[in-house]
Design a protein around this ligand. Structure first.
Ligand code: PXP
Length: 239
């Protein structure tokens, strides 16, 4: 059965909006775990717009399930990851002006640096995932980088505004899952998944984990973190 990794970045977004000390993503992570999360995800961005270094350090000590660090493939982030030793690093592209991660890492362009980063992390015993678009070429390159797994970008499917576009985008995700499985890459999926779009993933047993943030934190703002996580975990169990 697939797991649920809860991304608590946007708890930190709320805190940083006012420059105060609450709400604390560490508290949100603890509640998420108690409610059934199988992992906690944070993206430490270069501009520190939400998650701060202090959050990652405290989470490393507090998280009981697994801590997944999303990061760009830079020297600064590599140093932090080697120091903190998360349970998994997910390499993502990062553009300063984007609202959120807009697409997968383009391995046609970045394969060399990504391969080097993966080598360094894996030599330190840290498994690595690459966030990529559901494109066969990207998956074949991901396989060559010696990544442990991929996280397939589901944003195009989740954000599609017509039934036809949704169908096309989902069939690419299914093909990408099948190819990743053939290539013996572990498979996570994420970006834009909400309480409705999650239902489309029924029967895709190759998926290891769903990485979900914005929809859970949005629901948590209204009904509480515990209920928001439990409801998503239940939907995943039903897949
Ligand atoms: N996976 C990756 C690689 C991401 O960058 C994000 C967004 O931070 C997510 C999953 C979660 O996306 P969402 O917040 O839309 O659920």
């Amino acid at each position: 059965m697939a797991g649920l990794a809860v991304n608590v970045d946007h708890i930190a977004t709320l805190r940083q909006l006012r420059g105060v000390s609450y709400p604390d993503p560490v508290a949100a992570a603890v509640i998420a775990e108690l409610a059934g999360a199988d992992g906690i995800v944070v993206h430490l961005r270069r501009d520190r717009r939400h998650i701060q270094d202090r959050d990652v350090r405290i989470l490393r000590k507090v998280v009981q399930t697994k801590l997944i660090l999303e990061m760009a493939s830079t020297t600064e982030m590599l140093g932090i990851a080697l120091d903190i030793k998360p349970d998994l690093v997910t390499l993502v592209p990062e553009r300063r002006e984007e609202i959120t991660t807009e697409g997968g890492l383009d391995l046609v362009v970045h394969k060399t640096v990504v391969t080097e980063t993966i080598g360094t992390l894996r030599n330190s015993g840290i498994p690595v995932s690459i966030f990529i678009d559901p494109e066969p070429e990207q998956l074949k390159l991901a396989h060559q980088t010696n990544a442990n797994m991929v996280e397939i970008h589901t944003g195009t499917f989740c954000d599609a505004t017509t039934a036809n576009k949704k169908k096309q985008a989902f069939s690419k995700i299914v093909d990408a899952i099948k190819l990743s499985y053939k290539l013996r890459l572990g498979i996570n999926v994420g970006h834009g998944i909400c309480y409705n779009t999650i239902k489309a993933f029924k029967g895709l047993k190759e998926i290891n984990e769903f990485s979900i943030g914005h929809s859970i934190v949005s629901k948590a703002a209204l009904v509480g973190m515990e209920r928001a996580v439990k409801e998503m975990a239940t939907l995943i169990k039903e897949l």
